[in-house]
Design a protein around this ligand. Structure first.
Ligand SMILES: Cc1cc2nc3c(=O)[nH]c(=O)nc-3n(C[C@H](O)[C@H](O)[C@H](O)COP(=O)(O)OP(=O)(O)OC[C@H]3O[C@@H](n4cnc5c(N)ncnc54)[C@H](O)[C@@H]3O)c2cc1C
Length: 248
């Protein structure tokens, strides 16, 4: 059973009215890029803890989470109200299998597809050396409703500059027309081929591994679209081509 540790907010980023990041100073835990911890606060007489993916790469000293305020959600609004210097709780162990260690060795192209704050674990992985050593192509598809929900644009632009030949960033914005963003949902862009056309590569069982993170509806529809192409969920005992992590 994981124990609770104390942490202190070292940096707060407000991306817009609903999206925030907190960088937390704490002793541990160790983690692999893509994993999540539980973050908690004592609210009244109750300790409320929720899982959050770590956005920072493991070699960086501060632990960072990226979250949106969920209306009537007990913890997210309290986290958004924290300021630099405030204390919060986190577990001393990280968990989760949405990691590059779980991606079979034969995959040449890595497709990371996220909605909303589900981009977090991918940003952690992209700041390590492993994706750039292992894959010919790395795609980050990042779906949001409005363009100002796209966090971490500077980091993504830096990755584009550093890995110009290998890295393909594809924003999806469903709620307004935005230059360079695909207009629909990620699963629809898999079905109609517009994601592949944008990247200039095929999504298939021979060369691709797809990681999906975020909203359960996006994940279910994307898995169905990929299964229609002969891809299947990855399991350790039965290697496949699709890894998922559902936030809500
Ligand atoms: C493995 C895992 C990792 C997660 N990592 C992150 C993360 O990195 N960043 C992050 O923002 N959230 C993440 N979540 C969701 C997070 O744990 C909380 O559920 C969320 O922040 C809301 O917390 P809450 O206490 O305010 O509301 P909750 O009581 O947790 O949820 C209230 C309602 O809001 C829904 N909900 C949960 N998350 C969202 C969301 N992002 N947008 C809209 N509705 C939502 C829930 O399904 C529920 O119906 C993760 C969830 C899981 C299972």
């Amino acid at each position: 059973m994981a124990e609770w540790l104390k942490g202190q907010v070292a940096r707060k980023t407000r991306w817009n009215d609903t999206h925030y990041s907190l960088a937390i100073d704490a002793e541990g835990p160790d983690f692999v890029a893509g994993q999540f911890i539980r973050v908690g606060m004592d609210l009244g007489s109750e300790r409320v803890g929720r899982p959050y993916s770590l956005v920072n790469p493991p070699h960086e000293p501060l632990l960072e989470i990226f979250f949106n305020v969920v209306p009537e959600g007990p913890l997210s609004s309290e986290l958004a109200a924290l300021d630099v210097g405030d204390e919060l709780l986190l577990t001393d162990a990280a968990n989760g299998f949405l990691t590059l260690q779980e991606v079979p060795a034969q995959a040449r192209d890595l497709w990371m597809l996220a909605t909303g704050t589900g981009v977090g674990p991918f940003l952690s992985m992209l700041q390590t050396d492993e994706p750039w050593q292992r894959f010919d192509r790395v795609v980050l598809g990042y779906g949001v409703r409005y363009a100002d929900n796209l966090g971490y644009r500077e980091l993504i632009e830096r990755l584009q500059r550093t890995h110009a030949e290998r890295f393909h960033f594809v924003p999806f914005v469903t709620g307004e027309a935005v230059a360079n963003a695909l207009p629909g949902r990620i699963p629809d862009a898999i079905v109609d081929g517009s994601l592949e056309a944008r990247v200039g590569a095929r999504l298939n069982a021979e060369s691709s591994h797809v990681m999906l993170c975020g909203h359960s509806g996006m994940i279910a529809d994307a898995v169905a679209a990929l299964e229609a192409r002969g891809m299947r969920r990855h399991r350790r005992r039965e290697p496949g081509h699709i890894s998922t992590e559902k936030y809500h």
